[in-house]
Every structure is written in C-alpha cells, then in structure tokens.
Design a protein around this ligand. Structure first.
Ligand code: ZN
Length: 345
C-alpha cells in the first residue's frame, strides 16, 4: 500500500519489539512515502509552519485546541509528540512535499485508544494547502500503516459536524458513520457537536481489493469537479457529455462493473438518491417526463456501473444531442448544482 523511503527500505529492521513493555515500537526515523508526499516525525524546523497554521482566522474553530499565543507551547508539544512516538502510544507525522521537502503541508497522527486494537486518526491541513487532496492521500497511507504495521483492527476518527472537508476525506477513504456526539468537545464554554466514523480492517482490505487500477472511471471519481453528492458508498456527478440539462449520473464508488453485480444495499442507496433527484428535476425544470437508464455488459462503455437520470422535454431528445431550446447557462455545473440543492428534500 505504501512505500518506505530511504532509511526504511529495510522495513523489517525499522521496528523492533520493546521487551520491557511487550509492545511494538517504530523507529523515529521512519518515513512513509505516498505518491506525492512524505510523512515523517515532526521536528523543530516545523514550528514556524505549525504556528502559522494556527494563526489563520477560523483554523482553530473546529479543533480541540486554542490558537497558541506563542511558539513556546508548540515546542513543548513537540517534545511530548516525540516521547509518545518512542513509547508507541501515538505516531505523529508532518506531511511534506516529496519534491520539495521544505514545503510542509499538514499534520497527521494515529494514536491508541482505551480500546484494544482500536486506533484513532487525527489530522489537519495548513490553510494554504487545503482543497488539493493532500489529506485524502495522507490518510490512505496512514490507514496502510495502521492496519499493516500497527496491526489495528479498527481505526476511528472524529470531526466537528460543520467541518465538511474533514468528513469528505474520511468518506473518500472508506470510513463509515459510527455515532453522533452531541457533546464532542468544549470550545469557549460551548459544546461542539461531532461525528465519529470508523473503518474496520476487513472493510479496508476489501476496499483495497475492490479499487480497480485499470478503471479510468474509478480514477475520475476521485475529487470529481462536478460532484453533486457523495457518501461512503455512492457518488452523483453531472454528466460531462449530457443528453439534456441536468443529466445526472449516480454510481457506486467501489469498482462494480454492472448493475446485476451491485450489492442490494448499494442498489437501494442509488435508487433512493435517484428518486430525490427526479423529484428535484421535476420541480425545477417541469419537464414532460424523465428517463433513467443503465447500460450493462457489452453496452456499458465505461465498465463501471452507472445510472443515468435526465429530464425530458421532447420525444426527440432521447439521443446524445444538446437541447438548443434550453439556455446554455442551464448546462453549467454550478447553476445546476445550486438549483438541485434548493429542491432536494
Ligand atoms: Zn471503476
């Protein structure tokens, strides 16, 4: 799942069993390499970077900590971070650019919980580097580290419910909803509500197997620019080559080639979402009707199950032609997305 960088080429020699505690510890030199980033133990040269992130307005709103007044507190935290690594209770990483290691992007950590073999994942991205998929990639490799190296059975994470970016990162990595916490943590005397998500080892390995590396559609779905909706199982996008205005595609996130191979629960999710969209399309465009279509087998051109939904205005438009009678504006993603959002119930 992930590559070890330089010193960690000899993966087996990079950890040893701590005989005093009977727990496995990981060398502090360990570096995890992803496609684009390196994850390594934080050091004193990261302090300015960490401090600058905390000084951005809004950055600390959904975090358990308050913005530090000075760098001194960060230095103290750094010492604790290294100590925790050494005793194997928490592994913290600074995420840096692989090409330019001086470019720091964020932090990610995995720590023990009170429950056996259940680990907790935490992370933040520097405000200057948010929205670029950094954390989605970092979380994917930390899951590999957690399940393969730390031998976790389950990994959990929490986020303040307003923190949609954080939610997205977890869903993209296959986490599922576990519970809602009315009293997540306190911030200036007010309780912040949180959601707790989790991924189990078997879900993670099933998911690793189900991601087809040959399917261009699987790759397209990651951070698709025209995403209307997504959760851990399914995603809805606006078709790039529409039959009509608001031509929507709903599909499973995992690589499932055809309709008849869909697990029933995913099928249900897809159809429930389709129903919502049909209702919304009817309200917004008042078409004469609508069509839904699934091609299978030889006629499934992209080999990744997908359901088409589109409103219909005339008998003729059941072809891949653009509707000249509709304003061009109406085909724009931002316009359609906004319309749909206003009519989903
Ligand atoms: Zn696929």
């Amino acid at each position: 799942m992930f590559r070890f960088y330089l010193k960690d080429e000899h993966f087996l020699s990079s950890f040893y069993w701590n005989l005093n505690f009977g727990v496995m510890t990981i060398s502090i030199d360990k570096v995890i390499g992803t496609d684009k980033y390196l994850l390594r133990l934080p050091n004193e040269r990261d302090i300015d970077f960490i401090f600058s992130a905390t000084q951005f307005p809004g950055f600390n709103d959904f975090m358990q900590w308050d913005a530090p007044d000075s760098k001194k507190i960060i230095v103290q935290n750094l010492r604790q971070t290294i100590q925790k690594w050494k005793i194997g209770t928490e592994y913290n990483f600074t995420i840096v650019n692989k090409i330019d290691e001086n470019q720091r992007l964020g932090r990610i950590s995995i720590r023990k919980t009170g429950k056996k073999n259940i680990w907790h994942l935490g992370y933040w991205t520097h405000p200057l580097h948010q929205g670029k998929g950094v954390m989605t990639e970092a979380v994917a490799s930390i899951l590999g580290f957690g399940f393969n190296t730390l031998l976790a059975k389950e990994i959990r994470s929490r986020y303040a419910i307003q923190n949609k970016a954080s939610e997205k990162v977890l869903f993209k990595n296959g986490f599922r909803f576990l519970k809602h916490l009315e009293r997540g943590f306190q911030k200036e005397g007010i309780w912040i509500r949180e959601n707790e998500l989790r991924i189990k080892r078997k879900e993670w390995s099933a998911r690793s197997k189900s991601q087809s590396t040959d399917c261009t559609f699987c790759k397209t779905l990651i951070d698709h620019p025209h995403t209307l909706f997504e959760n851990e199982n399914i995603i809805a996008i606006l078709d790039a080559d529409p039959i009509t205005v608001a031509h929507i595609i709903i599909c499973p996130k995992n690589h499932i080639t055809d309709f008849h191979l869909l697990p029933d629960e995913i099928l249900l999710e897809i159809m429930q979402l389709a129903k919502k969209y049909v209702k919304a399309l009817n309200k917004i465009f008042q078409p004469k009707g609508y069509s839904m279509m699934i091609n299978g087998g030889k006629y499934n051109d992209i080999k990744h199950m997908h359901l088409h939904i589109f409103p219909r205005f005339s008998q003729k438009d059941f072809r891949w032609v653009y509707n000249e009678h509709l304003p061009k504006e109406a085909s724009k993603f931002e316009v359609v997305k906004k319309l749909l959002e206003g009519h989903l119930s």
